[in-house]
Design a protein around this ligand. Structure first.
Ligand SMILES: [Zn+2]
Length: 449
């Protein structure tokens, strides 16, 4: 080996070692990346829990997490079903995005009473937070609400109340016994016996009232703080000792308020006033909404609504196959996905890039690619019946597995710029000078787009 050869081979050796290092480093990086726990605040923006699903008492709980950590505010709407201002306001917060802090939203605590537009079904749900009760569906829901209270730093229980609250007697509709247009707390201030921490409920409520009232023009609709003095002997509101706010304050040690708009106001005003109150409380707890919200969740097709030869439409789920006959006309009328905008459905080899609500005559097996913007988020396969199984429903059926066997492989090609679909092993006639391009390879699984 002369010196030149030796240099070359030592250089090769160095290169090999260098590449080995690179591979080891990359592998190590991948392993490290795989084990870094995702930042929980970023990983989870919101959750939706359903209790007693598909029953008359279905309970939906939405947790919205801010990008930055902070306080958690619990909103309970519809604990008494005939108070729509409260539950319709809460409903708007289920879809909110937050920059800081968290919300737990229970828009409809008592769904059955909402559907029937009644205050209560078996018992008043807002009188079941003390110790003794019968067992009914309200008991089960209250148990869940108690757990949510334990997760929170403050509770707002949203109500529509009678008349207009006033500290002084001004008339039968405006006096200390009325509820409307008030923010209620069970006391002026509360000292936590374990921690010694003082919660100045009166100050908090008055400052929120001031904030809300800036946006309420009619002086007769302005909010006032109503101290129920619930624990005192001479209270006018002994029954409130069994309420959600009383439980939150005296058992869990968190500030809790009843927000009462007046039942006498129009629905829109009630909802707006609830929104004003929630916004003011969010601000006072440092909970910051993000506008507009940011949602980059992976798009996913749920199902397509497709009709064949203008017959009754069928729902075909993502990755299912719609079996039809050669020459059938299909029309995609609806795309259901986790997004509402930016959706298109492309029947490969037919029409244009967006074939929704167009009658398309199908002559060969293909698939429909659904996109959210540029991202393919699902497929539905179209398979032609071979003539043997086409008895029922004119041969139209939906099957779970792609009907095409695993050997199914087809190509989307362009010959002289004209797109067509051909099966694996098909023969294509080309003339010298033709331009030929393979645009897409289509398999039965996944989305090769
Ligand atoms: Zn109420």
């Amino acid at each position: 080996m002369d010196s030149k050869e030796a240099n070359v081979s030592s250089q090769k050796m160095k290169n090999t070692i260098f590449y080995s290092y690179c591979i080891i480093i990359s592998a190590a990086l991948l392993i490290i990346l795989a084990f870094i726990p995702p930042d929980s605040a970023h990983a989870q923006k919101r959750t939706h829990s359903v209790f007693f699903e598909d029953t008359d008492n279905e309970l939906n709980v939405y947790r919205i997490y801010g990008k930055k950590p902070g306080n958690t505010l619990l909103l309970i709407g519809g604990i008494q079903g005939d108070e729509p201002g409260g539950f319709l306001s809460a409903d708007h917060y289920a879809d909110i995005s937050l920059a800081k802090g968290n919300l737990i939203v229970v828009p409809r605590a008592n769904f059955q009473s909402i559907v029937l537009n009644r205050r209560k079904i078996n018992e008043d749900m807002n009188r079941k937070f003390a110790d003794e009760y019968k067992s009914n569906y309200e008991t089960k829901i209250v148990a869940i609400l108690k757990e949510l209270i334990a997760e929170s730093n403050c509770l707002l229980n949203l109500h529509d109340g009678s008349g207009f609250f006033s500290e002084k007697w001004e008339g039968p509709d405006r006096n200390p016994k009325q509820y409307g247009q008030s923010i209620i707390a069970d006391c002026e201030s509360y000292v936590n016996p374990k921690t010694g921490k003082v919660i100045k409920l009166g100050d908090m409520a008055r400052s929120v009232c001031e904030q809300i009232n800036k946006n309420i023009e009619n002086p007769r609709h302005r909010f006032r703080f109503s101290n129920h003095k619930t624990i005192e002997k001479r209270t006018l509101h002994k029954e409130q000792r069994k309420s959600a706010t009383f439980y939150s304050l005296y058992t869990c040690g968190i500030p809790a308020f009843g927000i009462e708009t007046s039942k006498s106001l129009q629905l829109e005003l009630k909802v707006r006033h609830h929104n004003l109150a929630i916004n003011a409380f969010m601000e006072s707890f440092g909970i910051v909404p993000e506008t507009p919200g940011l949602n980059l969740d992976a798009p996913e097709l749920k199902y397509l609504i497709v009709s064949v030869n203008n017959a009754l439409p069928v729902a075909v789920k993502n990755q299912q196959t719609l079996n039809i006959n050669s020459g059938d006309t299909i029309t995609i009328s609806h795309i259901e996905s986790n997004y509402e905008r930016g959706l298109s459905a492309d029947i490969i080899g037919y029409g244009t890039i967006n074939d929704i609500r167009k009658d398309t005559k199908i002559k060969g097996s293909t698939r429909i690619v659904v996109r959210k913007d540029y991202y393919p988020c699902g497929s539905v396969y179209l398979a032609l019946n071979d003539g043997r199984n086409s008895s029922a429903h004119g041969g139209i059926s939906v099957s779970d597995a792609p009907a095409v066997s695993s050997s199914f492989l087809s190509y989307k090609v362009k010959i002289n710029n004209y797109e067509q679909i051909c099966q694996n092993y098909d023969r294509l006639k080309l003339i010298m000078g033709d331009t030929f391009e393979i645009v897409d390879v289509m398999t039965a699984i996944g989305d090769p787009s």
